[in-house]
Design a binder for this molecule. Structure first.
Ligand code: NAI
Length: 389
């Protein structure tokens, strides 16, 4: 891909704004499109503010913001993308809307322009099927906040032309990102492998093993995760987090490993969405008091261990099913959701055989498929080998 291509970004919300910032900072001319004029104004004002702060912090020279912002023009119609060599869409997560958008884009861009989707949960293959030239579509899944988190999942559709994955991975590296190639399967890498971080934490709470504050404490203080699961669900929004879990569960034909929880659904029903509504698992806002965790290291290790083993099992299973390489799975969890270590490397450190033993124990205790051990994890334990060759 030529260095100086114009990049189109459609959708000027949270993600589109961040992607436009990244592409313009990398030196591309960018056309940022949103059908809502006020979204464009908001995005440009936000970028102006972000760049001023970067100058104040000494991360950018004083003249840079003007130059970078000067590379971004805005438009309310995709007809402005005629010159774009790559168009990345970040509009609402709705298959029909995205397909309509790609149809409109195909009628204006050149025949060799690449089209990309930032979707978190839709199938890239299904999106491609609606195009006249399906081979030109690829998933480029950035993480929020896009300018800060290094991961981009590069997801080819079945129809994607040969060489495009490597071309996009190279471009993402040029933009300072860390690409991880993922098969077009539900949740790609991160949104699949991360499910137990939330699901198993809620299970532990529902079973009465520990309260919310103690589970959050164990994962941050003992596990080194940047946020505890309940705090993170409140940040993401319980409505959004529940919807992702439900969509992954449905997409996997109701696999019990991903079963959504009743208590999170109740939070959503009550409007306890998290920080944005002032209350979720925790109470937020000025003066809100946090419950004290039980700082019991034995209990805290039990909690951390069970959630960690479930995450490791999910990571191993993603490799087993060819979703991504072990290197890309580990890179994805560190670069997309800030995990303190790659899960497969972590498994090797704590002992793969111990992980298998724990899973077998949980499965025997509960009699649930939820705790079935990944064939790859068991194989590595039997052969006394690691994941990386
Ligand atoms: P958002 O709601 O902040 O922004 C979407 C924007 O798209 C709005 O400004 C809306 O006016 C515009 N839009 C809707 N339909 C349009 C159309 N047909 N033509 C032009 N503009 C249109 O959404 P957000 O959060 O930025 O998400 C966008 C996409 O990125 C979704 O597919 C989402 O699943 C994905 N994503 C979101 C992440 C997040 O944390 N918010 C993380 C990674 C991916």
């Amino acid at each position: 891909m030529e260095q100086n291509i114009e990049v189109g970004v459609v959708g000027a919300g949270t993600m589109g704004q961040g992607i436009a910032q990244i592409a313009a900072t990398a030196g591309h001319s960018v056309v940022l499109v949103d059908r809502d004029e006020s979204a464009l104004k908001r995005a440009m004002a936000n970028l102006d503010r972000i760049f001023k702060r970067l100058v104040e912090k000494g991360r950018l020279d004083a003249g840079e913001p003007g130059r970078i912002l000067g590379r971004i023009r805005t438009a309310t119609n995709v007809t402005a993308c005629t010159q774009s060599g790559l168009v990345i869409e970040a509009v609402v997560e709705d298959e029909a809307v995205k397909q309509g958008l790609f149809a409109a884009l195909e009628s204006v861009v050149s025949s060799d322009a690449i089209l990309a989707s930032n979707t978190s949960s839709l199938s890239i293959t299904r999106l491609a099927a609606g195009l006249h030239s399906p081979h030109r579509l690829i998933g480029l899944h950035f993480f929020n906040p896009a300018p800060l988190l290094p991961l981009v999942e590069v997801v080819p559709a079945l129809q994607t032309k040969d060489g495009l994955v490597e071309e996009m991975a190279t471009l993402m590296r040029d933009w300072g990102k860390q690409p991880a190639v993922a098969k077009d399967t539900p949740g790609f890498i991160v949104n699949r492998v991360a499910r137990p971080f939330y699901g198993e934490a809620i299970r532990l709470y529902e079973e009465g093993v520990a309260d919310i504050a103690t589970i959050d404490w164990a994962m941050t203080e003992l596990g080194g995760f940047r946020m505890g699961p309940f705090d993170l669900m409140d940040l993401i929004g319980n409505d959004i987090n529940y919807a992702v879990t439900e969509s992954v569960w449905k997409a996997f034909h109701h696999d019990p490993r991903y079963t959504p929880s009743f208590s999170q659904k109740r939070n959503v029903d009550a409007g306890w969405l998290g920080r944005k509504s002032g209350r979720g698992w925790h109470i937020h806002g000025d003066g809100a008091k946090r419950a004290e965790p039980r700082r019991d290291k034995d209990l805290g290790q039990d909690i951390l261990w069970r959630i960690l083993v479930m995450l490791i099992n999910e990571a191993a299973d993603a490799v087993f099913w060819g979703v991504a390489s072990p290197e890309d799975v580990d890179r994805a969890m560190q670069g997309g959701v800030n995990y303190p270590k790659g899960l497969l490397k972590w498994a090797e450190e704590v002992g793969i055989d111990r992980c298998v033993e724990t899973l077998d124990g949980l499965r025997a205790r509960y009699g649930e498929e939820r705790y079935r051990c990944s064939p790859l994890l068991r194989q590595c334990a039997q052969e006394q080998r690691g994941f990386f060759r």
